[in-house]
Design a protein around this ligand. Sequence first.
Ligand SMILES: Cc1cc2nc3c(=O)[nH]c(=O)nc-3n(C[C@H](O)[C@H](O)[C@H](O)COP(=O)(O)O)c2cc1C
Length: 364
Amino acid sequence: MIGLLDRLVRPLTRALEPERAHRLAINGLKMVPLRHPPADDPRLAVPAFGLTFPNPLGLAAGFDKHGEVADAILRLGFGFAEVGTVTPRAQAGNPRPRLFRLEDDEAVINRLGFNSEGSEAVLARLSARRGRGGIVGVNVGANRESPDRVADYVALIESFAPVASYFTVNISSPNTPGLRDLQQGKALDDLIARTLAARDRAAPGGVKPPVLVKIAPDLSLADLDDIVGVARARRIDGMVVANTTVTRPPALRERARAAEQGGLSGRPLFRLATRMVAETFVRVEGQFPLIGVGGIDSGAAAFAKIKAGASLLQLYTGLVFRGLRLVSDIKADLANFIRLGRYDSLTQAVGIDAAAITAEPWPE
Ligand SMILES: Cc1cc2nc3c(=O)[nH]c(=O)nc-3n(C[C@H](O)[C@H](O)[C@H](O)COP(=O)(O)O)c2cc1C
């Protein structure tokens, strides 16, 4: 069924304007009845922040912004889904066009700007799927015009706590002006303190959903020192590394498209994002796990990200260019790497290359 869905949707989607193609993919996933995938190889299971992920591969935020297809995503074989970014109040985002494919680079530039149906609509959908199981995280963000952005994160965590397996606090989208300033020391400390307190209030005595912070790949290493320092001191549950980049690697072929404003994702992001995983890993010193995201489009790339320090993985842009088969291909390759490396589980490979990667020249 996945092969059929792919064959039907992919040629069409590549010909369409990217945002229409995305809507078509979401509607396809809503309509096509997918069966449960075969159980994952137990060696692919990852215990992290009190949850057990059946496999390490998740769908990154931004694909299912409004919580429409979380169950379908799990049925595609992903080990977890991340819904959002959700903002408290519905907002339209930036004017179109705001999503661009760089075909020759296998990359995407987006400046969507948190188009969100708002918390009420998304909460209703996630409440309706309650009890179905599967790990579904909620990625939260602030409204563009919000007078108090931290209050937005707090409100979202309070309302989604009953339905979120975990939260990702997104302070790294390049498309909401000023949002990334929340990554700075004092502001970040206040944000993390208040979001963790909101989570504790919202789950009194019950299971507390873990709270992760998602960072940009464009931070300086001095900023990363501060962020990890705050995250460790406040005992955050984990970090997602990384969001899209505002840089443009010189090797990009589609120079005209590359000049579009927004965040770049996909293959050209891989080296920078993986370097940031390694830099974060060596600073975290095992205090909490990382989700590695950015440019994963093969089993080898997935395994490299794990060896750089990621306990879990996410991808988005790889699916656009490689199709839904990528999910089962990566899982099969990871099982092979485990066998070849004679590991008992993937966890043993996490971070084994981190120190070596941080000694390499900075990726362009
Ligand atoms: C079209 C698009 C929309 C995105 N929207 C979000 C978002 O709403 N929230 C977020 O945290 N990340 C968002 N991202 C970033 C992805 O979650 C991911 O961090 C990034 O794309 C790098 O992974 P990739 O190279 O596998 O795509 C978006 C990415 C794309 C391509």
